[in-house]
Design a protein around this ligand. Sequence first.
Ligand SMILES: [Mg+2]
Ligand SMILES: [Zn+2]
Length: 219
Amino acid sequence: MNKQPIIFCDFDGTITKSDNILSIMKHFAPPEWEALKDGVISQNISVKEGVSKMFSLLPSTLKEDIIQYVKEIGVLRSGFAEFITYTKEQNIPLYIVSGGIDFFVYPILDSYIDRDHIYCNASDFSGETINIIWPHSCDKDCSNDCGCCKPSILRKFDSEHYEKIVIGDSITDLQAAKIADRVYARDFLIQKCEELQIPYTPFERFTEIIQDLKGVGIK
Ligand SMILES: [Mg+2]
Ligand SMILES: [Zn+2]
């Protein structure tokens, strides 16, 4: 019996053209955010800790301004709407797996995909500054302190039943790519796949992914 294809697609830098958390911080945060970003990049602090501390620099009253800003700058990658249509027509389950935060991820995706198919981090605006909540933390097999743990999400789906397809662009997609059956990569994820000899297909537009899926008999 053929396995059911299922797609796990990253958000920042994959669906959107740029990284929304970095854009938000550049625009709204005081200069201290830069040291936190550098700490995450050099892996001195975890993604979870870095993102928590960055958002704690922002007053909760900025919520609507941030949403508005992300909507203005949030250009979607070419072919995404067609990709959504294709997966619906073919009954391929599509999940968004994102290290982004619900309050800006949901508004951008609302016209494309149901919220129950989006895994991302959550937020609390009841305090003075923005508090990030982590509903999808690492399971016992991951010790990266990911925040939104992509490999843990993939493991929730039975590998006997599903052909798992990962689409992503960066280091935060790597652990998921390692355990996927098929990988579509761009940007830094290509470099990491090359280094670690993980088979992948490069893409720039979602229409290229549609063509490739049709070519391997997923149509
Ligand atoms: Mg990304
Ligand atoms: Zn993890």
